[in-house]
Design a protein around this ligand. Structure first.
Ligand SMILES: Cc1cc2nc3c(=O)[nH]c(=O)nc-3n(C[C@H](O)[C@H](O)[C@H](O)COP(=O)(O)OP(=O)(O)OC[C@H]3O[C@@H](n4cnc5c(N)ncnc54)[C@H](O)[C@@H]3O)c2cc1C
Length: 452
């Protein structure tokens, strides 16, 4: 869940420049190149769409049996599609996804993050005075951290080094850690013990509201994928590149092309499941090591009836254990269906990913019973994600670990010769960790090829 709201002029100009490139038909006349795009997520689909529309011969190789990647709408509950990956367009103003959603005619609903209720650890509702005191302490801490943060420090180290931290009571620390979890760890998918104190939020944002897709985010990826040559279940194992072109070995076939756009997630690049021959340049390998592979997981619980306040959009709970089921989204508010969506990020999400579904649901239900009492019904059904264990992602999205910054992402996104091009959310200097960042990175990679 992301909640920041401004668009820097430089970021806005970059988007305008990217879009201008693509509307200038005269610039791209030679379409004899063949291009293969690895990955049918937003970056890959964005790239393939641009190239196809300009007459290039383009093929997309996707390892999964579906398109979309980390945009993943499940229709397991046919009457209520749910997004197990991305949910929101973060900032609709000037966001290229707004244009796509308009073209595709997709319904969107605004989220109001101020429409929330906060529960204390014992399940009591926190009143306005309690909430504003917590917020005041948090604001003071943020100011102190910005003075304290130094290169090489994690966010946790910089928090603990502030004079104000030492003065807080154990309860106050727990309350502040709650805010840090839901506003920082959920947003960047990294833990405070692993994110860079200086660069954790090194990114830009679009202005305007955040919107959800009640019919599922996949409406956008489906729209982008129309008429594209996409081959599913082609798991890329090796990419060999040289003066003569590129050869790609998958679990099924060999493919050749003049150029390749690689949109593999940072988790997959870190894992080394795809071999590059010759190996990628040293600076790119360093970037792969430095950029963090973050985790945000979701659990949708469908109940026989609504037992919570259906007029509130977000339900927050201050946990004793850091990051445990701190935030829930009331899906009933948007769909009228008795569904809650719980989030976990970073350390706690990592801890529970190896549990069985039943253990995860039981843990979530203990928390809901603390808040709403023992009489609430058990869920009829559930759906959940385990993004770190997913062999086509090994993460939810990237974060800036120690030493990582927008420059590192630039290095990750650099082309290798005129053969290998890179896109994907982790390569986005301005909008990492987002659907629009992934999309724009794909559009930019396509635009670079079209200018060759
Ligand atoms: C739980 C969660 C919540 C999120 N919430 C939001 C949100 O609300 N708003 C937002 O803007 N962003 C959100 N994000 C981030 C957003 O989903 C991603 O940044 C974006 O979708 C990434 O797109 P991509 O094309 O870079 O990567 P991907 O979508 O991962 O695409 C890469 C593709 O490569 C494929 N692939 C991997 N390995 C191979 C292989 N060996 N061979 C062939 N294909 C392979 C994958 O299957 C995948 O389809 C969220 C992500 C998660 C996980």
């Amino acid at each position: 869940m992301k909640r920041r709201e401004f668009l820097s002029l430089s970021a806005f100009m970059a988007v305008v420049a990217a879009c201008n490139d693509l509307t200038d038909n005269d610039k791209f006349k030679d379409t004899s190149d063949t291009v293969i795009v690895i990955g049918a997520g937003m970056a890959g689909l964005g790239a393939a769409r641009q190239l196809r529309d300009k007459g290039y011969s383009v093929k997309v190789l996707e390892g999964r049996d579906r398109i979309g990647g980390r945009v993943w709408t499940s229709r397991f509950w046919p009457e209520t599609p749910v997004d197990l990956g991305a949910s929101w367009i973060h900032g609709v103003k000037g966001n290229p996804l707004t244009k796509l959603a308009n073209e595709a005619g997709v319904t969107r609903i605004e989220t109001n993050y101020d429409n929330y209720i906060l529960y204390k650890t014992n399940g009591e509702v926190a009143n306005a005075k309690f909430r504003s005191r917590m917020q005041r302490l948090f604001d003071q801490l943020v100011k102190a951290v910005s003075r304290q943060a130094e290169d090489g420090m994690t966010l946790r180290e910089s928090i603990e080094a502030t004079p104000i931290w030492a003065e807080l009571s154990a309860q106050e620390k727990q309350q502040i850690m709650h805010i840090i979890n839901v506003t920082v760890e959920h947003e960047f998918a990294g833990g405070i013990g692993e994110m860079s104190a200086v660069n954790f939020d090194d990114s830009e944002v679009f202005g305007g509201e955040d919107v959800l897709f009640p019919d599922g985010y996949a409406r956008i990826t489906e729209y982008l994928s129309r008429d594209l040559d996409i081959q599913l279940e082609q798991i890329v194992e090796a990419v060999t590149y040289g003066d003569d072109g590129v050869t790609i070995k998958t679990n099924q076939d060999l493919f050749t092309a003049d150029r390749v756009i690689v949109t593999l997630p940072i988790g997959v690049l870190k894992n080394g499941t795809v071999k590059f021959n010759p190996p990628l340049p040293a600076e790119k390998q360093r970037a792969i090591l430095t950029i963090g592979a973050g985790l945000l997981d979701k659990l949708f619980l469908r109940f026989p009836k609504i037992f919570w306040n259906e007029k509130v959009e977000i339900l927050d709970w201050i946990s004793e254990k850091h990051g445990r089921w701190n935030e829930w989204l009331n899906i009933a508010f948007y769909t009228g269906k008795p569904i809650l969506l719980g989030f976990n990020a970073a350390d706690y999400a990592r801890q529970i990913e190896s549990w069985s579904d039943r253990e995860i649901v039981a843990d979530a239900m203990r928390v809901l019973r603390t808040i709403y009492g023992n009489d609430i019904p058990n869920p009829e059904s559930w759906q959940l994600s385990r993004w770190r264990l997913d062999p086509f992602a090994f993460c939810s999205y990237s974060f800036n670990g120690i030493g990582a910054s927008a420059d590192t992402r630039n290095t990750l996104g650099k082309a290798v010769g005129n053969r290998l091009f890179f896109a994907g959310e982790a390569t986005s200097e301005d909008y990492p960790g987002t659907v629009h960042g992934a999309y724009l990175s794909g559009v930019n990679a396509a635009s670079t090829i079209m200018k060759l």
